[in-house]
Design a protein around this ligand. Structure first.
Ligand code: 3PG
Length: 402
């Protein structure tokens, strides 16, 4: 268990600085509402209801990217989820921010400007260095306490995440607490029955790192996506390679071939690969082929096939715990969602302990009308989730431990 303080340890009525992770997709300049707002709203609402003056800070994008925008729209979206107004302050730690903080009453909520608009936020440096930045030194004296709820950014050694815990009494928010417990469960919890891990997505090195770190903890890995094809390639199936106009497999194969082969040699019994694969036929419909019938890769494979889904679902049904990292196919296209959705539905129907995370995978849950309540935990973390699964300690969590 984590040895950090939580909101249960925080006194009511304090003025609190709260780090959220509201980093969101931005389309045509418009910030897209997503589950991060809904989750963090719980922490913010609780603090406001406990008569705290709540000052939130968060980041959006990175300098130079289209997604690097102001948090003005975030304030409106967050306010809707909290059910109370969230006032936006277009400043991070200057006079305007300080005066808005000074005027704040208990139960009121502010959101400061994008932390990454502050030069001292981003360079990855030691917490002691971050604690000495003007950003931290100007803001910290305004507060009684600091709450970090941004588990999904806790792998970054940025001022707003690791500097403030050295300057103020620090607490974990509700999101930080639940994400930490669920995502470290695979490494830290003992389960009575089989542990299964579904691994897919487009980044083979993430899959391989997770498999390497968890080979002793996981009984069965169910593979799909890019890594699934690369493992089939290592078994001499003519897939897992680029065809014309594709740039997904050959570089990742060159980079990971040795590790893939040694994982198969050492842990082949624990690894299940697709029995069949799905593709788009000449009429634009989904069609499937048995892996053993593939003679040459002449088209893209976009999902695992139905026999694979049945096999994977049966393994899930017999599991005590299931962790999901990455999609088994291109679920955004309904024709190629069967693998990802079939496995998620199998998890939802069992009583097993389950955690779903990794990039956009959890989006499939709402896209296909499943309920989050049927899963143990649906993570809002991307990079931090992968790191937690591989047993890496997150600097933002460590900073909270003091
Ligand atoms: C995320 O969206 O995964 C976190 O907010 C971290 O963002 P970053 O990868 O830009 O640091």
């Amino acid at each position: 268990m984590a040895s950090f303080k939580t909101l249960d340890d925080l006194e009511d009525g304090q003025r609190v600085l709260v780090r959220l992770d509201l980093n969101s997709p931005v389309e045509d300049g418009e910030v897209q509402d997503n589950r991060r707002f809904d989750r963090h709203a719980e922490t913010v609402r609780e603090l406001a209801e406990r008569d705290c003056g709540v000052v939130c800070m968060a980041h959006q994008g990175r300098p130079g990217r289209d997604t690097f925008v102001s948090l003005e729209q975030h304030a409106d979206i967050l306010g809707r989820h909290v059910g109370k107004p969230v006032e936006f302050v277009p400043d991070t730690f200057g006079d305007r921010a300080i005066s808005a903080i000074d005027d704040l009453a208990g139960g009121e909520i502010l959101l400061l400007e994008n932390t990454r608009m502050c030069d001292e936020e981003l360079p990855e440096e030691e917490p002691t260095v971050k604690a000495e930045t003007e950003f931290v030194k100007a803001l910290a004296p305004e507060f009684d306490a600091y709450v970090n709820d941004a588990y999904s950014a806790a792998h970054r050694s940025h001022a707003s995440l690791v500097g403030f815990p050295l300057a103020l009494p620090a607490y974990a928010g509700r999101v930080m607490e639940t994400e930490y417990e669920a995502n470290t469960a695979i490494a830290e919890r003992a389960f009575d029955g089989p542990v299964t891990m579904v691994v897919g997505g487009t980044k083979a090195s993430d899959v391989i790192d997770v498999m390497t770190a968890l080979e002793d903890k996981v009984d069965t890995f169910l593979l799909g996506g890019i890594a699934g094809e690369l493992f089939l390639r290592a078994m001499d199936v003519p897939v897992g390679r680029d065809i014309e106009g594709m740039d997904l497999f050959d570089d990742q194969w060159a980079e990971n071939e040795t590790t893939i082969r040694s994982l198969l040699d050492d842990y082949g019994d624990q690894i299940r690969l697709a029995l069949d694969l799905a593709f788009e036929d000449d009429e634009g419909e989904r069609d499937e082929i048995e892996v053993l019938d593939v003679e040459e890769k002449d088209r893209a494979f976009l999902d695992v096939g139905s026999n694979t889904v049945s096999e994977y679902a049966a393994i899930v049904e017999d599991s005590e715990a299931v962790f999901v990292k990455g999609a088994l196919g291109l679920f955004e296209d309904e024709r190629f969602a069967d693998g990802t959705v079939g496995v998620l539905e199998a998890i939802a129907e069992t009583d097993c302990f389950s955690v779903v995370g990794g990039g956009d995978t959890s989006r499939a849950i709402e896209m296909y009308g499943m309920s989050e309540d049927d899963f143990g935990h649906v993570s809002i973390a991307g990079g931090a989730y992968i790191r937690a699964l591989t047993g890496e300690r997150l600097v933002g969590v460590e900073a909270l431990r003091g």
